[in-house]
Design a protein around this ligand. Structure first.
Ligand code: C5P
Length: 227
């Protein structure tokens, strides 16, 4: 049983989402995918016909968006109004634009406030929550009881994303995915506000040579040691 917050940060393709969801399930805790929140806002921006580089217009869309995100690790759900957008936010259109939207400081302020609210509610209701993203250990939940930073080689991450795309029916190639992984790494780690980086007190786990079960067992052992 988890008391408090586990922060899981790192770039895409490290197995972060799968590990975070399974860890939450194993601990009977809640699960929050903050990347899905940035993606849903990005979808709203694109649908409004707004240029993702126009930060004032992006902020207006973010403020008006009726975003709902679930915290059940067994049924990750994301809605805009009543519409389920879980599949559409994984598409290429959103993936290409999300780094620009998430670099707008006031969009981050808005979503970080929502994330803290969700974390507090889940803490009260469930005892604990596993939160995944890029800035959870550094900004959203700096007091998290456990901070994990997952890494893997860019090649390994591109291969995993391509396999995931194909399993979920999206067409992609390893070369194009590798280029996208490297592009987003660069944008996410060089932006002025909340760049992607490990918190000083994060446990770093390199998943290049580990499968999901290996990573999960390692993290469960740490949670048990600390609990
Ligand atoms: O994790 P995922 O790949 O779905 O995240 C999509 C994008 O959202 C990231 O590339 C990053 O630009 C942004 N993001 C962020 N901060 C977070 C989570 C995601 O800036 N906490």
């Amino acid at each position: 049983e988890l008391r408090g917050v586990v922060a899981m940060d790192g770039p895409s393709g490290t197995g972060k989402s799968t590990v975070a969801r399974r860890l939450a399930g194993a601990l009977g805790a809640g699960y929050l995918d903050t990347g899905a929140m940035y993606r849903a806002i990005t979808l709203a921006v694109l649908r409004a016909g707004v240029d993702p580089a126009d930060s004032a217009a992006v902020l207006r869309v973010a403020e008006a968006a009726d975003l709902h995100i679930g915290t059940d690790p067994r049924h990750a759900s994301v809605h805009l109004g009543a519409e389920d957008v879980a599949a559409e936010i994984r598409g290429q259109r959103v993936t290409l634009a999300v780094s620009a939207v998430s670099a707008v400081p006031r969009v981050r302020d808005l979503l970080v406030a929502r994330q803290r609210q969700i974390i507090n509610e889940a803490g009260a209701r469930l005892g604990g929550i596993v939160v995944e993203g890029r800035d959870i250990g550094t900004v959203v939940a700096p007091d998290a009881g456990l901070k994990v930073y997952l890494t893997a080689s860019a090649a390994a991450r591109a291969a995993r994303r391509t396999a995931q795309d194909s399993a979920e029916g999206r067409k992609s190639t390893v070369d194009a995915t590798l280029a996208d992984v490297q592009r987003r790494d660069r944008l996410d780690s060089t932006r002025a506000v909340s760049p992607l980086r490990p918190a000083e007190d994060a446990v770093e786990v390199d998943t290049t040579e580990l499968d999901i079960t290996g990573v999960l067992d390692h993290l469960l052992a740490i949670v048990r040691d600390r609990g």
